[in-house]
Structure formats: structure tokens, C-alpha cells
Design a protein around this ligand. Sequence first.
Ligand SMILES: Nc1ncnc2c1ncn2[C@@H]1O[C@H](COP(=O)(O)OP(=O)(O)O)[C@@H](O)[C@H]1O
Ligand SMILES: CC(C)(COP(=O)(O)O)[C@@H](O)C(=O)NCCC(=O)O
Ligand SMILES: [K+]
Length: 244
Amino acid sequence: MILTVDVGNTRIKAAVFEGSTVLENFVFEKNKLEKKIKIILEKFQNCTDLVVASVGNIEKQSFLTFEDQLKIHFLTHEDIFPFINKYATPKTLGIDRMVLAAGATLQFPKQNRLVIDAGTCITYDFIDENDNYLGGAISPGLRLRYEALHNYTAKLPLLALDAPESYIGNSTKEAIHSGVVNGFVYEIDGFIDEYRENFSNFIIILTGGDAEFLAKRLKNTIFANSNFLLESLNQTFQYKIDND
Ligand SMILES: Nc1ncnc2c1ncn2[C@@H]1O[C@H](COP(=O)(O)OP(=O)(O)O)[C@@H](O)[C@H]1O
Ligand SMILES: CC(C)(COP(=O)(O)O)[C@@H](O)C(=O)NCCC(=O)O
Ligand SMILES: [K+]
């Protein structure tokens, strides 16, 4: 039984796995880390390993209080991954993106794979059918877009995510919702069309906190799996155990 933890730039997501089965999912704020992990380990006392992928500002140090209870695996670029990393700056590639690429490689072998993770940022990660990780894109996530419009202008209000009535926004609020939400959707559909034009035998995985909201708005029908990063973290750990 293992506890997987995904430290993103907005929230922490966690899940307890028995083999490839999720026993329970958790989502919590970064300042609740120690308290929440303690509660989870009290409930799931058979956890033998704690596997962490962190791109937020939480480092391995924050997990060491648990090392007397279970083995801590804080994933780094030095770990073994099931793809060939063709990124020109492999050491700057986000560990979250590496885990997503590992999951896509292991779950969908011998295909071209695009992973879209709509979280704080939207990340696009492409792994070709020969398991070469080629890279992708980093773009502001939904919340970031609303906040940027408010923080970098004199008059725009800070709005919460809401679906626009039309692409023609007929009020300040509607114009902002249209620009943020439709811009987000058109961007993603545009990228997917571009990849589709250049690669055949192609699968798209959509995940992240905004995946559900997005899935029903995209022209390209793709299935959202909000748990994909944690599932991939579990599989990446298994791969590391089997191949280290
Ligand atoms: N309860 C929530 N708190 C914060 N963000 C949320 C919540 N529910 C959905 N979201 C959306 O999820 C996004 C964060 O997704 P997530 O994948 O958790 O980010 P990250 O992995 O970058 O921390 C936010 O941009 C927001 O639009
Ligand atoms: C782009 C990210 C901030 C995305 O993080 P998230 O949206 O999951 O919080 C993260 O993958 C990161 O810090 N990447 C490092 C730069 C790179 O991947 O090239
Ligand atoms: K993300």
C-alpha cells in the first residue's frame, strides 16, 4: 500500500493505492500538508512508501517527519523514467510533466500521446510512438487568466470561473468570461488540431483541476481523467522499483 502525493502550484492532491487500485483520494491546501498526511497515515497504517512529485515550493524536507513511519521517495530528475527525454533542458522539466509522460508511456504503449494538464498552468506534453518525450507547451491556467486580467489592469474585476453565454461578450463580465474561457478552449483545440495534422495513431489524455470543466467544451472529444497524475505517480514508482 503506498501514499502518492502531487504537490502542484495551487493545491496538493493525494491518493492511497493498493496495487493499481485507488483506496481513497484527497485534495488539500499546501499549508495543511503535515496535518493531512498524519491523518491519512493514521487511517491507512499499512502504507509502506510515500511517493511525492512536487513542482510547488514544498521540498523533500517537509516530508522527512514521516520517515520513521514509511519510506519517502521524493521523485527527482535522477530517477528512472520509461521514456527518452529529448527536452533540450532536461533538468528544468517539471517533475509533474515527467510523471504525466511516464503514465502516458506506460498506459498507452506504442502510440503518439499528448497529455494536457489544466491546473495552475496548462501543460502540454508530447511523447511519440517510440517513447521519445519531445516537449510541449506551458500556458496560464484558467484561474491565472482571471487573476492576470484583474492584477494588470486598472478597471477589470476579479471574476470566478463561469461559462460565457456567447463568444461575443455583451458586458464587461461576459467579455472577460468569453476571453478567458473561450480563449482557453480555442487554444487547446488549436493545439490538438496541430498535433493531429502532424501525427497519426494519437491519443489525448486530459487531466488537472479544470479538466472536467473543459472536457465538455472542447471540439475534440477527449476523456478527462482527473486522477491521471496520481495514477501515473503510482505507476512511475512501480516502474522505478522494477527497473532500478
Ligand atoms: N477547490 C478548488 N480550489 C482551487 N482550484 C480549484 C478548485 N476546484 C477546481 N479548481 C481549479 O483547478 C485549478 C487547479 O488545478 P490543479 O490541477 O489542482 O492545479 P495544480 O496541480 O497546478 O496545483 C485551478 O486553476 C481552478 O480553476
Ligand atoms: C509548468 C509547471 C509550473 C506546471 O505546474 P502546475 O500547473 O502543475 O502547478 C511545472 O511543470 C514546472 O514548474 N515546470 C518547470 C519548467 C518546464 O517544465 O519546462
Ligand atoms: K498542471
